[in-house]
Design a protein around this ligand. Structure first.
Ligand code: ZN
Length: 407
């Protein structure tokens, strides 16, 4: 249930304390906020706005209250600096510990943490949550697969935290070296990347673990604001810390529960850098009704894509999640693929795809993909299947869409 007073308090705080929101909400008296209708008239904030606040324009607490900063990756343009007060750091650890507990992690577990440490929020968030819960953190950080596997064996890690790409890489190494019977993993907490069902199945089967998606973004604490529950019927999010809306990314209209659109988050307690109606660019939906697990925390569905990876070809919108659905429905394919968009000799837009297949007759699998693509998305694609393991793997996020139209 939404506690409107809490939401109003968050708006009053941001409007009064943050230089960024003082500018943004000029002329608006937040004390006049009477209901959700008024709230939905407040402007959105976006990563593109936050960049202009670099370095510390988002700061809403006295500088001496700040105990840490993080920075979003800033793959394009200016990075965003997010300051955290002691309470922010604690709140994040509390949310993260809840995530681990929901995934069935206990104090008896040994949690191998492969996400990166540093300005990025990943590694340290996993570690703080793990320690808050009382489990044993094994903070390996990313890379050095040799050492990861050694520690996994020697310490008998029971939980692996990783990006989906890195979990897949580890799973393939474990398989290749025949280590599946020697490791002791039971659960995987997988974050920071949208990933498909096939990839999930391969990781789960090869490592013999149960997988839990964890969600979050640096601007809003980091990973740990939502996680899959044991019923795997969506991700519960912590509505005592954040308020979520789903909007139509094109019009900004708030969508009813159950409809797919862009997730927009308002922080309810954040002191260092509060955010109001922050556009995540992640595409999902709020799941109506009670979760089969019985918990009352509301649910977001799995992330199906990003508004910015939506590709428009010949006037048709395509989300990577749709492509993954097609791969899943075509027998003989692995989870790996990439898509390229360019122009043909006649200057017409052309869509080509490469996918991995273990099938003997790869040409037949390619034709099947082309047919399904045409039927489901309404576009012609040229598909070429290659052998398993032939497409590049990454320790970070795997890039799958190459739009060469601008070149
Ligand atoms: Zn549940």
């Amino acid at each position: 249930m939404l506690d409107f007073q809490k939401l109003k308090k968050a708006v009053v705080y941001a409007a009064g304390s943050s230089q960024f929101y003082r500018g943004r909400l000029r002329g608006f008296d937040p004390r006049e906020l009477r209901g959700l209708d008024d709230f939905t008239r407040l402007p959105f904030s976006d990563k593109y706005d936050l960049r202009h606040a670099y370095p510390l324009g988002l700061l809403a607490a006295p500088p001496e209250e700040i105990v840490r900063v993080h920075s979003s990756s800033g793959t394009t343009g200016q990075a965003v600096i997010i300051p955290y007060t002691r309470q922010d750091v604690e709140d994040w650890a509390t949310m993260f510990a809840r995530c681990f507990a929901l995934a069935g992690v206990t104090r008896a577990d040994r949690v191998q943490i492969t996400p990166g440490y540093g300005l990025w929020t990943a590694g340290i968030g996993f570690q703080a949550g793990c320690e808050k819960l009382g489990a044993m953190a094994v903070p390996t950080g990313p890379g050095n697969t040799e050492k990861q596997l050694q520690l996994m064996l020697d310490l008998q890690s029971t939980v692996i935290c990783a990006t989906a790409s890195y979990a897949l890489l580890l799973a393939e190494e474990v398989q290749k070296r025949g280590l599946a019977d020697k490791i002791n993993l039971k659960r995987g907490v997988i974050g920071s990347e949208r990933w498909g069902e096939l990839m999930r199945r391969r990781i789960a089967e090869q490592l013999r673990i149960e997988l839990f998606d964890i969600y979050g973004l640096t601007e809003i604490y980091g990973p740990g604001i939502a996680i899959d529950c044991p019923s795997h019927a969506g991700m519960h999010y912590w509505d005592d810390f954040i308020y979520c809306e789903v909007i139509d990314p094109a019009t900004g209209r708030v969508l009813p529960e159950g409809e797919t659109g862009e997730i927009v988050v308002t922080t309810l307690r954040k002191e260092g850098a509060p955010l109001l109606r922050y556009r995540t660019h992640d595409i999902s939906r709020l799941i109506p009704g009670q979760c089969p697990c019985g918990r009352s925390y509301p649910r977001l569905d799995r992330i199906v894509g990003r508004t910015d990876d939506m590709i428009k070809v010949k006037g048709v919108n395509i989300y990577p999640g749709q492509i993954e659905d097609i791969l899943r429905q075509t027998p003989g394919l692995s989870s790996e693929y990439y898509i390229e968009i360019d122009y043909d000799e006649n200057g017409k837009e052309r869509l080509s795809m490469r996918a991995e297949s273990a099938a003997a007759d790869r040409a037949a699998v390619s034709r099947a993909v082309e047919r399904t693509f045409r039927a489901k998305i309404g576009l012609r694609v040229r598909c070429e299947c290659v052998g398993l393991g032939e497409l590049p793997r990454s320790e970070k996020k795997t890039r799958r869409v190459f739009d060469k139209r601008a070149e």
